[in-house]
Ligand binder design. Sequence first.
Ligand code: MTE
Length: 305
Amino acid sequence: MQITSEEFFKARREFIKLGAMASLAAINAKASELGLSGDDAFFTVLKSKAENETGRAITDFDDATSYVNFYEFSTNKAIAAKKANALDISGWSVEVGGLCERPMRLNYDDLLKFKLQKRIYRFRCVEAWSMVVPWVGFELARLLELVRPASEAKYVKFTTLYDPQKFPDQASSFGAIPYPYVEGLRLDEAMHPLTLLAVGMYDKPLLGANGAPVRLVVPWKYGFKSIKSISKIELIDKQPPTTWQTLAPDEYGFYANVNPDVAHPRWSQAKERMLGSFSRVNTLLFNGYDEVAPLYAGMDLRAFY
Ligand code: MTE
């Protein structure tokens, strides 16, 4: 699942150089200044789209970046993508604190100092569509180890930046969603090596549409757990109420593990439509990431959905 070729590290250097800039326009300008153009600027290590361990073809960049859920901009996927791509991330920082020994505030450059890796993951939305994305990021565990969780810390709470100037629908009086968007994981889920903080995808810095500058990626859980544009990470002792669970507790649980046998009250979760295709494929328990099963040993997955 991890690609660590020499070429990738070359691409990573470019990525880091370019990623420190606020907007895609600035990145493109810099790329052409360097004599790079379009996709040549960040070549892809994969020779064929299907050549990866997910057993499925990588989703087209255009599909993964235009068919998005980002309710702070719009409930319409294409409109949300367009608006979110104008997100200004200059001056962004992520506060990491709560029950830990070394709370810290990281700016964007600090995030890029972690050992970035490329991880190709299946991604399954609770709405029954899915995609395969080559993320660029680092294991959340690395950050948590740095801040040193206290022994009372049992959960990790994540919060999207609250700033209606930047995220216009946070202030919409028509919206039923209580903002800021909040998500959470049990500490052992957060420490699992599959759990990523992503700063890029397709060898490029994350677009606003996909949660720039930093988002969570938890590939065995429904996509709503993978919170975008994070500004706060807190270690806490109790399970945090999360956005979708608060809105519709019968439909969206805290765990949200991908499970073909536990239907959403309004639709089956047995199959999924892969973006870019009309055919439906079988949904896999834990989205196929069987290595996480021990995290839930002895738990009734119907009760803890
Ligand atoms: N994070 C925030 N802050 N706001 C959102 O609306 N949508 C979630 C999740 N993270 C969402 C969010 C949902 S429902 C999904 S399926 C994924 O983001 C979608 O990620 P993508 O748009 O990059 O595919």
